[in-house]
Design a protein around this ligand. Sequence first.
Ligand SMILES: [Mn+2]
Length: 243
Amino acid sequence: MILFISDLHLHPSRPAITELFHGFAAGPAGSAEALYILGDLFDHWAGDDDCAEPANAKVCTALRRLGERGTAVYFMSGNRDLLVDRGFAAASGATLIDEPQVVDIAGSDTLLLHGDILCTDDTEYQRYRATVRDPLFRQSFLAKPLTERKAFIGGLRERSESEKRTKAAEIMDVNADAIAAAFRRHGVARMIHGHTHRQARHVHTVDGRPCERWVLGDWRDDVGNYLECMSGGWSFRSWHGKA
Ligand SMILES: [Mn+2]
């Protein structure tokens, strides 16, 4: 059994969701051979020195325990936890994977993405994405003190929340051409991504080929969502805190 999650947006100010995650890590995730985290596990990540923050340290410990009990944990950064790096990997035991990544899942090549790269209609966002992913930007940002980085991210969050309220929902969703291009470029017939919080299974026809796209749901205070891949098939599951 292989599980996929994304968009938990864990943050010390959201104890209920953090509690759900810890139940999930101690529960269903422990029976999986692998857990793929496809971005935005954290609501924000100011740098790996933030691993020391008690709530973050607890998450790292939970992931480390999972690994020790035999579940391979793979971590792909999302837009919010873009700065997760080797320090986090060392603290959590998770294997960092680049985006995009093609992985053999149950015998078929599967493209794994966070998903924001597919939202090409939001040109303003894509410009921002390119800036923050620039290695020089990253380097100079990480050279600032942790408190300064956190304050900067806090300001960014507020701006993005207010922009989201005024932007049309379609602009923030994935673009059909970007999806077709991704299937084509990677030569796969299956894709899994998060980011849009619109949990669904979509079927696409790309150059006459049937392709499947699984979109992971986000987590709320009272429910977590994950995709379960078993030999018998794939399905979305929800987690309410009890097995
Ligand atoms: Mn995201």
